[in-house]
Design a binder for this molecule. Sequence first.
Ligand code: ZN
Length: 396
Amino acid sequence: MKPHEYLTKGLLLPELDLISVGIISVSSRIIITKKQRCGAVCPKCASLSSVLYDKRTVSLNDQPIQGKRIVLKVIKQRYFCKPCKRPFTEPLPGVLPRRRTTQRFRTQIYWACENFTDLKRVCKAYRCSPGFVYKAYYEQLSLRARKHNLYPFSSHIGIDEHSFKRKNGLSPHKFVTMIVDHNKKKLRDVALGKTSAELQEQLAKIPGRENVKLVTLDLSDSYKSFVKGFFPNAEIIADRFHVQRLMNPILHNARMEITGDKRKNPVRFLLSKNRSNLQHYERSALDTWLNHHEKINEIYQFKEALVRFYRTRGIKPAEIYFQKLIDQLALTENPHLKTFRRTLIRWRNEILNFFKYRLTNARVEGFNNVAKVIKRRAYGFRSFENYKLRLLNACS
Ligand SMILES: [Zn+2]
């Protein structure tokens, strides 16, 4: 192959011959081409026809070359199909029927949407309307998502929810539930709503429910009942971060009764941090403060006990520690700690499962953060379907 032939082949679509190149304006070029082969297959009856009927010229928007807009003029032949008794236009590889843009141009738009900061820049760089960018981008996303739907559930999954739309007028606050595949480290599916009925309806299409062995959850009762009904062989693991976090509101509400303010008090930081991460002088300052406030001291000791509980290794020591914690909590007078004890008892097996399998919901929480960024970048979503496509693409 000669060098110029090699270049033309790289720049043009397959099966096209270059006729001429022209300049439309400073920033636009035109390439006139023709299809190589004579004869084409009828799209209706699939019989080969080489009876020429007439010619048509179509203009296609192709991907820019060195920042210049490229208009591809293709002289297309129309053939007459004898069995069907009607003419048809020859198809062009790389361009879908009735399209005025090449597929590679649309893939480039997809790339730009993923990498540019906003839609305006994409429109400017590719000289197309926001409507076209929107259409091309979501078309590419749904093509990618189609591959996603085929494979069944894996053995380890994680479930969590995040907010989709705030309450607005009469429409209620909407939530989105994410199902994360821990084995493949990506988002498996997204469902609108967080009730058991909504999830069952939307996830029923995915095969392989019985494959699921472990499910990580935050401490949500609706998800617990959903998992028990939907995945027959699954064991639930309560996420350790959510269990530890239960102590924070109890601790800080008790502190605010004394210190009054909300965030700026230095005691707040000392109380929130793990004791083992504190400097020795911080520790002694905190101890002096706690000695004056018996009520907080009690809560703080339980918070630290919970930290030590999660440091234990193996299911047997964890069971013993857990029982000890429950027994100690039974002696307290604090109503919030009593509620906390009841929660621990209700989730006993799920909490202890963590020590058997050592799996957390961290990946799901990470994807929640990605979801937040996507919502911000798009300035919010109206359509849940579009949001789902964006999420599936970003978290896979
Ligand atoms: Zn035909």
